[in-house]
Design a protein around this ligand. Structure first.
Ligand code: UDP
Length: 329
């Protein structure tokens, strides 16, 4: 069945991969993005409406025209460190923008939304793997902004019967296997694209701390392939359209890898040494974040395809090595 889906933030990394998958699966997609972070070249021609989420009236008008069955909402700021310096921008954009979107959905009678949430809602969990029922205790305005939107979603369900799935992402990584799309944040703060840049440019990356209580002293994360993450959004839309109730799901593989393991795999895949230095811990970094991902598998039938770290790195490398070196900082 072909669906009409409105995607906010569809010019960004995860949004663009999801748009591509939706189109491949025969759905009709409209992208809303203000291009403050995303890239026009990520969106197929004729699909993009350059709009800011704050413009409730324009969003409602667009939804009345396009009549989407569901919204997938990616648009938002994503940098934890930046949110510690400029919390007001994170609350205004992530919470204010989402509230405006939900208001427009109510005005246009659009009843379902899939929301980009994050493992950062759990803060520093007391143990791993992390279940959806663990305490919600974010340690940054970024994480808090996502908690606040999950809370809004609960009220919009109760009062307006707008149902939602919040997907709590672990570490999105990798790239479209065909090498057309990939991760291009500016500035880049994420481990894998920074390691690949270090290989390309020869300037060393800093490993943030090697004195954690882990097998090699570096932090553990659950790296989830961006296409598997994208597929979770499509399953979530189908779940909601099938009458599924508002819910929250982790999206991760259930397996953790240290920073040093990632460096080793990057060296194997690229055939080059990763130049790195060891520095102090990064403020706010939890020692380990690994998902218990059984709920998504059981309730939504999610089956990740690319769980092997090497495949994730290969796909990211296929994309990164095509970027002109002068475009890298
Ligand atoms: N990391 C690092 N050096 C960097 C960037 C990240 O050592 O330049 C580490 C970071 O401490 C964390 C892991 O890599 O343990 C993943 O960090 P990233 O920023 O990619 O994602 P996060 O887990 O913060 O969402």
């Amino acid at each position: 069945m072909s669906l009409r889906i409105l995607v906010t933030g569809g010019a960004g990394y995860i949004g663009a991969h999801t748009v591509r998958l939706l189109l491949e699966q025969g759905h009709d997609v409209t992208v809303v993005d203000n291009l403050s972070k995303g890239y026009r070249h990520n969106v197929p021609a004729g699909r993009l409406d350059v709009l800011d989420l704050a413009d409730t009236g324009a969003l409602a008008q667009l939804m009345r025209e396009k009549r989407p069955e569901a919204v997938i909402h990616f648009a938002g700021f994503i940098a934890v460190g930046e949110s510690m310096r400029e919390p007001e921008r994170y609350f205004a954009n992530n919470v204010g923008g989402s509230l405006s979107l939900l208001t427009a959905m109510v005005q246009a009678s659009v009843k379902h939304v899939v929301f980009s949430s994050t493992a950062a809602v759990y803060g520093n969990p007391h143990t791993n793997p992390i279940l959806e029922t663990f305490p919600i205790q974010p340690v940054s305005p970024y994480g808090e902004s996502k908690v606040m939107v999950e809370t809004l979603l609960g009220w919009f369900d109760q009062i307006h019967q707008l149902t939602s799935v919040s997907l709590r992402y672990f570490n999105a990584s990798g790239a479209d296997p065909a090498g057309q799309l990939g991760e291009e944040h500016e500035p880049e703060t994420h481990l894998l694209p920074l390691l690949l840049r270090a290989v390309i440019t020869g300037s060393p990356i800093t490993v943030f701390g090697d004195d954690y209580d882990t097998p090699d002293g570096t932090c553990i994360r659950d790296y989830i392939h961006v296409n598997d993450l994208a597929q979770a959004h499509i399953l979530a839309v189908e779940y909601l359209l099938g009458g599924g109730a508002t819910d929250r799901f982790n999206v991760g593989t259930g397996t953790g890898h240290t920073v040093m393991e990632m460096i080793r795999v990057v060296e194997e895949v690229t055939g080059k040494k990763v130049p790195y230095v060891t520095g102090p811990r990064r403020e706010g970094d939890p020692l380990s974040l690994v998902a218990a991902a059984g709920k998504l598998r059981t309730k939504l039938g999610w089956r990740p395809q690319y769980t092997d770290l090497r495949t994730i790195v290969e796909h990211a490398w296929n994309f990164a090595k095509t970027r002109p070196i002068e475009s890298l900082p």
